[in-house]
Structures are given as structure tokens and as C-alpha cells.
Design a protein around this ligand. Structure first.
Ligand code: PMP
Ligand code: GLN
Length: 402
């Protein structure tokens, strides 16, 4: 470490509230895959590019002067396309002028919203396992997370106990942070579950922030289609709905996301967002506007391909001896390692590259109650069929002899 004379080199300069957060598990596991040459089914990113019209539009934008700061809330063409898309798929009406904000991915929208809405000591209710940036964003705000645990219900679906949700809400609760379709479990929250969440938000007069980055990746055999919480009675005006282009258009590195909701919530989020990144992705914004307007066949094709890849991975994992919880949506399948003699997902994932040349993510890092996820590991299936086939061949080597 380079230090200036007199600098307190022995003191960790990091603020206390961030110290529990090391390197994200995704970066750690991708680095492990690179180091060991393993097939990377850890971090959720596709290994193919998004639609050609989108790539062409970005190239044209780069070459035609879209290289300076876009407007703070995002370019009008993208805000309008985001509003049009939500009307087309979910029947939700948002005014692109005042009710849509373009952000640096869903991550920034969620972080800015939490920083905007929470005073130190306020509480955020979320469902665990939770996406890792939630915990860090809540900590940065000086707020407190109140997780409600999702557990397999015996029918191969994850569910939460409504009484546990009610118990998690108290006088300091400012918002419920809901991710559906849910990473890492692949769960899609049912209308009955959403109705419970909506009732609690209204009874306690709290906001909802919804992370819907997998909104277009719900499979045809899911128990329920995706239903945005904002479409439930009384919820539109207390919900900030967040999504992003990364998953829908296979461009996770572009980091174009958005938040939509009542003007007051969007405005509060924008007030913080302007001092985080100010703006991002100037030449990428017009390209995402083009992509959002692609016909329904694009969205159906994306889902069909992903569902085929899911089936391929799930079959490979089952063949190898894992007990797999078949996901209803997203990029991810969760597998129980106990049938393979695993007793701890972290140890299992750290040894997996050496044992068979595959990288996965231990689910327990997404829990406050690690026992609930100790035996679970997450595999990503957003990869080409030949990559999944190779992973399947490698994983087959784990199968205990009969
Ligand atoms: N939320 C969830 C549930 C995710 O899986 C991800 C990863 N795409 C994000 C948020 C972050 O999205 P973005 O890359 O658009 O910031
Ligand atoms: N969303 C991706 C995942 O869950 C990773 C995003 C990231 O690396 N921050 O794997």
C-alpha cells in the first residue's frame, strides 16, 4: 500500500458500515473461473450479444455525436420507450416526463432510492436470499435490513411466512424491497403473495421498491405469470418499479436501467442519483430505446431460448446427482448439495473448479441466516447450449458411484 508520510497505515480507512462487505461474490467467483479455466456458471451474464438492431443503433450513436452527457433523467426517446414498454406488457401508465428516470443499471436505481428514502436507523424489509447490493445499499444509508426468509415449501417452490413478513414491519420501516422474478431462487411471487405485501404496505403506509430486472424471463411452466406489484390496487402510487436492459437485451455491461413510479418517488431518487453518477451511457441510451420497441416475438424468443437452456442445465445437474429446485424464471437454478456429500456451499463452490472445472455461487452469502442457504448453490444457465453441455459433462464426474 502506498502511504503518505504520517498516514495511519495501520488503520482501515474504510467506514465501519462498509467493513462487513468484501469483494462481491460475483467478482470473486468470476476471478476463480478465470484463474482455473473453469466453465463459469457463477456470475449471471449471457455469453452472446443482444439483438443486432440494438448493436447497430449503438454503433450509429457512437459515430453520430451522442458522446456527451445525456440529460439528467435520460434521453427523452428512452424515457418514452420505457413508458411505452410498460404500457405494452403490464398496462402501466407512466408519464415519461416526470415518472421515468434512466439510471446506471438497476443497481444505481435501487441504491439511489434507498439513500433517498431512508434516514439513518430506518428499516428496509426484504426477502432473503437477497441480491447482494441490497445489503450494501441499506448499510450505506445507515438503515437496517429486516429480512424475511424464503424457504422451499415441499412442492419445490419457495415461499415466505406471512406472519414473518408482518413481524418484520415496525414503526421504523420505510420500504419493502421486493425482487420478483427472484434472484437467486428463480421464484416468481404469486398474486396471493403480492396481495399480502400490498396490504402490509398500505396498512403501514410504507413505500415499495420493486426489482424486476427479470420481468421478461418467466417460463411457460411457472405457477404464475409475472405481475408487477405496481399493478395491484392502491400500489401504483407507492411503488418505485425498477428494471434494466442488461438481462432483457443481453447487455449486462451497458448498465442502462430505469425507475418508474409516482413523480415524488422518482424525483426523490433522481435527487440522489444526480450525485452518484449524474448520467451514464450516452450512446447506449438510444440503442436501448430501439430494443425496447422490438416486437413481442423478440421477447418470446428470449424466454424460449432461456427456458431451453434452463431445462438443459437442470437435466445436467440432476444427472450429476444434485437435487434441483426448478426455477420459474430468471437466469438461475438452485441446487442442493447434500446428496453429493456437500455440507457447506462456500466450501463446495471453492473446491468445485478443482473437482470438476465448473464455477457456481454459494447461496448462503445472500442470507442473514446462513443456515437457511448452507446447502444451496446457484448455477447460471444464461450460457450457450454447448457451454452448458460441457458443464454437464464435467459435473457428471461428481456423481457418486452407485
Ligand atoms: N437486481 C437483480 C436481482 C439482479 O440479478 C441484478 C443483476 N443484473 C441487478 C439487480 C443489477 O442489475 P444492473 O446490472 O442493471 O445494475
Ligand atoms: N446479477 C448478476 C448475478 O446475480 C451479477 C451482477 C454483478 O456481478 N454485480 O449473478
Amino acid at each position: 500500500m502506498v502511504t503518505s508520510p504520517g498516514a495511519p497505515a495501520d488503520i482501515d480507512p474504510l467506514v465501519r458500515r462498509m467493513r462487513p462487505f468484501g469483494t462481491t461474490i460475483f467478482a470473486e467467483m468470476s476471478a476463480l473461473a478465470v484463474r482455473t479455466g473453469a466453465v463459469n456458471l457463477g456470475q449471471g451474464f449471457p455469453d452472446t450479444d443482444g439483438p443486432t438492431v440494438m448493436l447497430t443503433a449503438a454503433t450509429e450513436a457512437l459515430r453520430s455525436g451522442h458522446n456527451q452527457y445525456p440529460p439528467g433523467p435520460g434521453i427523452p426517446a428512452l424515457r418514452t420507450a420505457v413508458a411505452r414498454n410498460q404500457q405494452r406488457f403490464w398496462g402501466l401508465d407512466y408519464d415519461p416526463e416526470t415518472e421515468v428516470l434512466i439510471t446506471a443499471g438497476a443497481t444505481e436505481a435501487i441504491t439511489a432510492a434507498i439513500l433517498a428514502l431512508c434516514e439513518p436507523g430506518d428499516e428496509v424489509v426484504c426477502f432473503e436470499p437477497y441480491y447482494d447490493s441490497y445489503a450494501a445499499a441499506i448499510a450505506l444509508a445507515g438503515a437496517v435490513r429486516r429480512p424475511v426468509t424464503l424457504r422451499p415449501d415441499g412442492d419445490g417452490r419457495y415461499a415466505f411466512d406471512p406472519a414473518a413478513l408482518r413481524a418484520a414491519v415496525g414503526p421504523r420501516t420505510r420500504l419493502v424491497l421486493l425482487n420478483s422474478p427472484h434472484n437467486p431462487t428463480g421464484k416468481v411471487f404469486t398474486v396471493a403473495e403480492l396481495t399480502t405485501i400490498a396490504a402490509i404496505c398500505q396498512e403501514h403506509d410504507i413505500w415499495a421498491v420493486t426489482d424486476e430486472v427479470y420481468e421478461h424471463l418467466v417460463f411457460t411452466d411457472a405457477d404464475t405469470p409475472h405481475v408487477p406489484l405496481a399493478t395491484l390496487p392502491g400500489m401504483r402510487d407507492r411503488t418505485l418499479r425498477v428494471s434494466s436492459a442488461g438481462k432483457t437485451f443481453s447487455c449486462t455491461g451497458w448498465k442502462i436501467g430505469w425507475a418508474s413510479g409516482p413523480a415524488a418517488l422518482v424525483n426523490a431518487t433522481a435527487r440522489v442519483k444526480q450525485f452518484l453518477t449524474y448520467v451514464n451511457g450516452g450512446p447506449l441510451q438510444p440503442a436501448i430505446a430501439v430494443a425496447l420497441d422490438l416486437p413481442d416475438s423478440y421477447y418470446t424468443g428470449l424466454r424460449q431460448n432461456m427456458q431451453t437452456q434452463r431445462d438443459q442445465l437442470v437435466a445436467g445437474l440432476s444427472e450429476a446427482g444434485f437435487r434441483v429446485l426448478v426455477p420459474e424464471g430468471t437466469y438461475f437454478a438452485t441446487a442442493d448439495i447434500s446428496a453429493l456429500g456437500g455440507t457447506d456451499g462456500i466450501e463446495f463452490c471453492l473446491s468445485l473448479p478443482e473437482r470438476c472445472g465448473v464455477v457456481a455461487v454459494p447461496t448462503q452469502v445472500f442470507y442473514d441466516e446462513p443456515d437457511a442457504g448452507r446447502l444451496l448453490v446457484r448455477f447460471a444457465f444464461c450460457k450457450r447450449p454447448e457451454v452448458l453441455a460441457e458443464a454437464g459433462r464435467r459435473l457428471a464426474g461428481l456423481r457418486p458411484a452407485d
